[in-house]
Design a protein around this ligand. Structure first.
Ligand SMILES: Cc1cc2nc3c(=O)[nH]c(=O)nc-3n(C[C@H](O)[C@H](O)[C@H](O)COP(=O)(O)O)c2cc1C
Length: 181
């Protein structure tokens, strides 16, 4: 059984990215899914001075431990003015101070969604191009535009083309995890 860590980068209580991350993670055959919530990872804003004074917060250490114990990661990112939501950027900055190989060479599926027509493509592209520097094995990416039109709370991703693209990426993730043993 593979262990999948899934999360949205948003702390919205009604995060559409959390819905997408959860839906995608549950498509992974026989997976044990850990779905975390950014509300549990709010902490002091990173600064080098606070790091020297207080050390790295426990929550950032725990996030890195969750990464290390996972076989694969599914992240769905919200886009705030073209970037990551601040809560996630802060967590990521702290976690990178635990270990700059933050993503631990884990296979990662990167998703994004928004109510708009680009589906968070800008921040998704940034994640895909930058995460490998912190040792992510990015298996694939998918931006889901017009979330409220294409996602049904009972059925999931109702747009057939997008759902087939997601399923193909899930298969790629499963294969990469299997290859890692
Ligand atoms: C401060 C802020 C900035 C936003 N900037 C963008 C943006 O750059 N691109 C976009 O597609 N949507 C943007 N949105 C709309 C979000 O896509 C929308 O709030 C979405 O629900 C966020 O995902 P979440 O529900 O997972 O938090 C922004 C929303 C907020 C609150």
């Amino acid at each position: 059984m593979s262990k999948i860590l899934a999360f949205s980068t948003s702390s919205s209580k009604t995060s559409i990215n959390k819905k997408l991350a959860s839906y995608a993670a549950n498509l992974v055959a026989g997976a044990e899914v850990t779905l975390i919530d950014m509300n549990d990872y709010e902490m002091t804003l990173y600064s080098i001075d606070k790091e020297k004074e207080q050390g790295v917060p426990q929550k950032a250490i725990e996030f890195k431990q969750l990464i290390d114990s996972a076989d694969g990661i599914i992240m769905s990112t919200a886009e705030h003015n073209g970037c990551f939501p601040a809560v996630f950027k802060n967590l990521y900055d702290w976690a990178s101070r635990v270990d700059d190989a933050t993503w631990g060479n884990k296979p990662m599926l990167l998703l994004s969604t928004s109510p708009g027509g680009r589906g968070g493509q800008t921040v998704l592209d940034f994640a895909a191009s930058s995460f490998p520097y912190n040792k992510a094995e990015v298996v694939g990416t998918l931006a889901v535009p017009f979330f409220n039109k294409v996602f049904d709370s009972n059925q999931g991703l109702a747009d057939e083309k997008l759902n087939n693209q997601l399923k193909a990426l899930i298969t790629d993730l499963e294969n990469r995890i299997a290859a890692n043993g």
